[in-house]
Design a binder for this molecule. Structure first.
Ligand code: NVA
Length: 368
């Protein structure tokens, strides 16, 4: 590794040295649009309202994100923050208009770090089409400082109506039908063009594991295969999830050889072989500590599993998630409790609100 190496990260658990932590400034509840409607739970308090979130909630979320950043810095981890733009503005391309944007609390959704490369995902919601702009100042800096850094951007999708199944344009589908559809891999996004969010990808050295669901289609996974030519890219599904979006509250690698899996969304037998044939253990995660997500939150209570691994012995767990903390403690991890629940509504948990810049360690083949 040259002295000027700024970007390097091959997996989810090697020692973390440099990370981006999101900000809550100006975050909006986006206006209705096809892909977003399909994922807002049918009984959600967010249906039918959009616009900037209140100052009080933004300030509280920022306080928690700042505290989290300070704690990481005290542990010797360099922290960078994005540059929020005006998310309340209308955006458009020749193909569509969106009333508002979203925010930049969850960099994990947008940026995929693989080795010395940071790849901007296509994204699959119109309101998130321009979100990469918040990270451009940082990516530009890394690019200037590190002669080996690769800054890549996946082809921006057109996101016309042809990208979305009309069947999902109803708020009365019902959980049973959703479960049938998602089990049959009948998702809201069509195969019109490659689509993926970075948070559907988990990095296991030479292998990239990608959730096929609402935010990532098969063409998106194929694009990743063609792009990461030296990697093996695997599509996975998790039946039991009525809103299959982002893999990081479903399947969480903790260290080499150990993954926790959401017990309501178990990886099918066929797809477990990759891990089990190579001596990896997949165990059910602990139950969340809450029965409901916080108000105006897109995510499920399973953000309990959305932990940030600092190194193979140390993991950050949300402070109120006592069962998840207990399980990881019993598995021999040092657990750092981090208060973040009041920021969940801004885009997720501890894994979501971060994106790797540098983890020690090199490319390894865990599934030879
Ligand atoms: N679909 C996920 C999002 C995780 C970040 C959940 O809410 O469970």
């Amino acid at each position: 590794m040259s002295e000027k190496t700024v970007v390097n990260s091959w997996n989810e658990w090697d020692p973390l040295k440099h990370v981006i932590v999101g900000k809550a400034d100006g975050t909006c509840i986006p206006a209705p649009e096809p892909a977003l409607d399909a994922k807002v739970p049918e009984d959600s308090d967010m249906r039918g309202q959009f616009g900037p979130r209140t100052k009080d909630t933004v300030d509280k979320a920022n306080e928690l994100l700042d505290n989290f950043s300070n704690m990481l810095e005290k542990r010797g981890i360099k922290v960078d923050r994005p540059d929020p733009i005006d998310f309340s503005q209308k955006t458009s391309t020749p193909d569509w208009e969106a009333e508002t944007m979203f925010g930049c609390m969850p960099p994990r959704d947008v940026l995929l770090t693989v080795g010395s490369e940071i790849l901007e995902a296509t994204m699959s919601y119109r309101c998130r089409w321009f979100e990469y702009l918040c990270y451009r100042p940082l990516l530009q800096k890394y690019y200037n400082e590190d002669p080996n850094m690769r800054h890549e951007s996946a082809p921006k999708p057109r996101l016309t109506d042809a990208d979305y199944r009309k069947d999902y344009l109803s708020d009365k589908i019902g959980i049973q039908k959703r479960l049938e559809w998602t089990e049959d891999k009948f998702f809201v996004t069509t195969e019109e063009e490659p689509l993926f969010d970075a948070a559907d990808v988990l990095r296991f050295g030479k292998d990239l594991v990608v959730q096929h669901g609402f935010t990532t289609n098969l063409k998106g996974i194929d694009w990743l295969k063609r792009h990461f030519k030296d990697h093996r890219v695997h599509a996975v599904n998790f039946p039991g999830d009525p809103y299959p979006i982002h893999i990081d509250a479903t399947f969480t690698p903790i260290k080499e050889g150990l993954i926790i899996n959401n017990p309501q969304r178990r990886l099918p037998k066929e797809q477990r072989k990759l891990f089990e044939n190579n001596g990896w253990e997949i165990i059910d995660s602990a139950q969340p500590a809450h029965n409901e997500p916080p108000p105006l939150c897109y995510s499920s209570t399973w953000l309990s599993m959305n932990v940030l691994v600092l190194d193979p012995k140390t993991v950050c767990v949300e402070k109120s998630e006592v069962y998840q903390a207990e399980q990881l403690d019993k598995l021999g991890m040092e657990v750092i409790p981090v208060e973040l629940r009041d920021a969940y509504a801004f885009g997720g948990g501890l894994h979501c609100c971060t994106a790797d810049v540098y983890r020690e360690g090199e490319l390894k083949d865990y599934f030879p």
